[in-house]
Design a protein around this ligand. Structure first.
Ligand code: VG1
Ligand code: CO
Length: 559
C-alpha cells in the first residue's frame, strides 16, 4: 500500500519527564489530544540520526489505552522514517520479553506501553517507556533529551491512513512517502520462551513439577501481562496443571486490582498459600518484570533475600555454568544480603541507585551477572530488564537441585550468612509540599557534619550514626554521576535507614522508608521482621518527623 504522511501542529505539554521507569500519568492525561503524540515524537527524535531506517520493538502489558497507543506509534514511526516495527500480537509483550526481542533481533530499541505496577483502566495509569539497543531502559542522558525536546515541540509527523491488524501473526509492507515500511506482528511469548529454554534445565524443572512427588505450585498474574507466559511456559512446556495459573487472563483494568506483587496487593496469593496446599507460590506485576516468592504456608522471602539465595546457588542454573559468574549488584535501598554472598565467593559487588537502568552498563561491560532490587525485582544479564518469570524459574531450579523446601533453603542461607532483616514502609499519595519539605530537612540533617556520632534510642536499643548522606553514584563504566538518590543513615552496627521519594507515581508523592538491620545470632534468626525492626522504625520516624510533617500515622503498604 502506498501512503503519504503529514505534519500536525502542536504545543508542548508540561511535565513530560520520564521518572524511575518511563513517563507515567493518569490515562486521562495520555488521552488528551496530542499528548501521547508529542511524547512519541520526542522519543523518536531523541534517537537522532539512528532514527531513519531503524527497527524498533513495540509492546505493552495490555492495559487500557495500550492498543490506541500502539496504533499511534505505528502511524508515527512510519511517518518518521522508521523502517520496521516488531509488534507483539494484540500489542502484548511483557517488559522482559521486549528486552529479549530487542537483543535477539539486534533492533535499535523498543517502546513499552506500561505503567508497570500502577493500577490500570479508564481511571488508572498509563505509561510509555523507551528501551535502547542493549535492551535496557534508556539511561538518564536519553530521557533528559526526550524531556528537553518535549518543552519546545511544535509539530509531529504522522501517517493517519496507516492501520494494521495486530490480532494475527503476519508481516505487512507499506510504502510511506516513497520509503518502505514494514510491520511484523510477532508471537508475544515465543522468543522469550526460547530464551528461557536456553537458560534453564527444563527437563529438571518438569520433573520437579510432574514427577512422583510433584511440587504443587500456584502462580498469580494479577490479571497482568504474565498470563500467557505462565500458561505457555509453566503449564504447557513444564507440565504444571492449568490450575497452577491463577488470574492469568490479561485484563485492561487488571480486574480492578493493583497489579503489584507485595503482601498487601497480592493478598489473594498470600491467603491461598496460607492454606498449606502449595509448596511454592509467586505473583507478578502488570508488565511482568517483578516477582514475589512465597514458600509453603505463605513463608515470605524478602526480595533482598531472594537475590542472595539465587546468588549463593548459581550452579543450579545451566546459563551461569556457561557464562561463569561475573559479579553481583543491588540497588542502594536493597538490604545487603547479597554483599555477604559476593564476599564469600570473592566476586565484585556494586551498589547502584534505584532503577534498573543503572545495571545495564555493568552488564554490557561483562562485570555483572545477577542483580536485584528490594522492590521485587530480580534478574540477570540474559536481558537488560528485571524478569519476574526468570526469577520463578531460578527458584524452581534451586528447588529441583537441592530437593529442599523454600523455607529450608532460606533457613540454611541465614545459618550460613546471617540474616539481613528488612522492611519497607510506603506512604502513598502524600501531598507533595510536606513530602518535599521532609526530604529537604533530611538533606540538611545529613549534610551537617555534627550529625555523625549522634545517638538515637528506643527502648533499650541505642544506635549511633556512623555515616549519613544523600546517595550519589558514579557509574564505573562511563563515569556519569547521579546525585540525590536517597537519604541514607547508617549506624555503627551496620543497620540502615533510607528515605526516598518514588519516581513512578502519577499524582502527589509516595514516601518510601527502608529499614535494614543485620542479625547473626543463631537464636534470633527466625524472629518476626516487624518486631525485630520496631526500634529502628521508631527512630526513623523520629528523625524524619514523618508523622508530624505529613499527618500520616500509618503507611499504605508495609513490606
Ligand atoms: C519503583 C521501585 C524501583 C523500580 C521501579 C520500577 O521505583 O522502587 O526499585 O525499579 O519502581 O519498577 P520508585 O521510584 O517508585 O521507588 V516497575 O516494575 O514499576 O517498572
Ligand atoms: Co514492572
Amino acid at each position: 500500500m502506498t501512503l503519504t504522511s503529514s505534519e500536525v501542529e502542536t504545543k508542548p505539554f508540561e511535565g513530560q519527564k520520564p521518572g524511575t521507569s518511563g513517563l507515567r500519568k493518569n490515562v486521562k492525561v495520555f488521552q488528551q489530544g496530542n499528548y501521547t503524540e508529542n511524547f512519541i515524537q520526542c522519543t523518536l527524535d531523541a534517537l537522532g540520526e539512528k532514527l531513519a531506517g531503524s527497527t524498533l520493538v513495540v509492546g505493552g502489558d495490555g492495559r487500557f489505552f495500550g492498543k490506541e497507543a500502539v496504533g499511534i506509534i505505528v502511524q508515527m514511526a512510519a511517518a518518521n522514517g522508521v523502517s520496521k516495527l516488531l509488534i507483539g500480537q494484540n500489542g502484548i509483550l511483557s517488559t522482559p520479553a521486549v528486552s529479549c526481542v530487542i537483543r535477539k533481533y539486534g533492533t535499535d530499541g523498543g517502546i513499552i506501553l506500561t505503567a508497570s505496577h500502577n493500577p490500570g483502566g479508564p481511571n488508572g495509569d498509563f505509561g510509555i517507556k523507551f528501551n535502547i539497543a542493549n535492551g535496557g531502559p534508556a539511561p538518564s542522558g536519553v530521557t533528559d533529551k526526550i524531556f528537553e525536546l518535549s518543552k519546545s515541540i511544535t509539530k509531529y509527523k504522522i501517517c493517519k491512513d496507516l492501520n494494521v491488524d495486530l490480532s494475527k501473526l503476519d508481516t505487512h509492507d507499506f510504502t510511506v512517502d516513497g520509503r518502505k515500511f514494514t510491520v511484523q506482528v510477532i508471537d508475544s511469548v515465543e522468543d522469550y520462551c526460547g530464551l528461557m529454554k536456553e537458560i534453564f534445565d527444563f527437563g529438571a524443572i518438569k520433573e520437579l513439577l510432574t514427577g512422583p512427588s510433584a511440587l504443587n505450585i500456584t502462580l498469580n498474574a494479577l490479571h497482568g501481562v504474565m498470563g500467557p507466559y505462565v500458561k505457555r511456559i509453566v503449564c504447557q512446556e513444564l507440565g504444571a496443571p492449568e490450575t497452577s495459573a491463577v488470574n492469568c487472563v490479561t485484563l485492561p483494568d487488571f480486574g480492578g486490582g493493583h497489579p503489584d506483587p507485595n503482601l498487601t496487593y497480592a493478598a489473594e496469593l498470600v491467603d491461598e498459600m496460607k492454606k498449606g496446599n502449595h509448596g511454592f507460590g509467586a505473583a507478578f506485576d502488570g508488565d511482568g518484570d517483578r516477582n514475589m516468592i512465597l514458600g509453603k504456608n505463605a513463608f515470605f522471602i524478602t526480595p533482598s533475600d531472594s537475590l542472595a539465595v539465587i546468588a549463593a546457588n548459581m550452579e543450579c542454573i545451566p546459563y551461569f555454568k556457561k557464562t561463569g559468574v561475573r559479579g553481583y549488584a543491588r540497588s542502594m535501598p536493597t538490604a545487603g544480603a547479597v554483599d555477604r554472598v559476593a564476599k564469600a565467593l570473592g566476586k565484585e559487588i556494586f551498589e547502584v541507585p534505584t532503577g534498573w537502568k543503572f545495571f545495564g552498563n555493568l552488564m554490557d561491560a561483562g562485570r555483572l551477572s545477577l542483580c536485584g532490587e528490594e522492590s521485587f525485582g530480580t534478574g540477570s544479564d540474559h536481558i537488560r530488564e528485571k524478569d519476574g518469570l526468570w526469577a520463578v524459574l531460578a527458584w524452581l531450579s534451586i528447588l529441583a537441585n537441592r530437593k529442599q523446601s523454600v523455607e529450608g533453603i532460606v533457613q540454611d542461607h541465614w545459618k550460613k550468612f546471617g540474616r539481613n532483616v528488612f522492611t519497607r514502609y510506603d506512604y502513598e499519595e502524600v501531598d507533595s509540599a510536606p513530602a518535599d519539605k521532609m526530604m529537604a530537612k533530611l538533606n540538611d540533617l545529613v549534610g551537617d557534619p555534627s550529625f555523625v556520632g549522634k545517638s538515637f534510642s528506643h527502648g533499650d536499643k541505642v544506635y549511633k550514626v556512623a555515616l549519613a548522606d544523600n546517595f550519589e553514584y558514579t557509574d564505573p563504566i562511563d563515569g556519569s554521576v547521579t546525585k540525590k538518590q536517597g537519604i541514607r543513615i547508617v549506624f555503627e552496627d551496620g543497620s540502615r535507614i533510607v528515605f526516598r521519594l518514588s519516581g513512578t507515581g502519577s499524582s502527589g508523592a509516595t514516601i518510601r522508608m527502608y529499614i535494614d538491620s543485620y542479625e547473626s545470632d543463631q537464636a534470633k534468626l527466625n524472629g518476626d521482621a516487624q518486631e525485630m525492626l520496631k526500634p529502628l522504625v521508631e527512630i526513623a520516624l523520629q528523625i524524619s518527623q514523618l508523622r508530624e510533617l505529613t499527618g500520616r500515622e500509618k503507611p499504605t503498604v508495609i513490606t
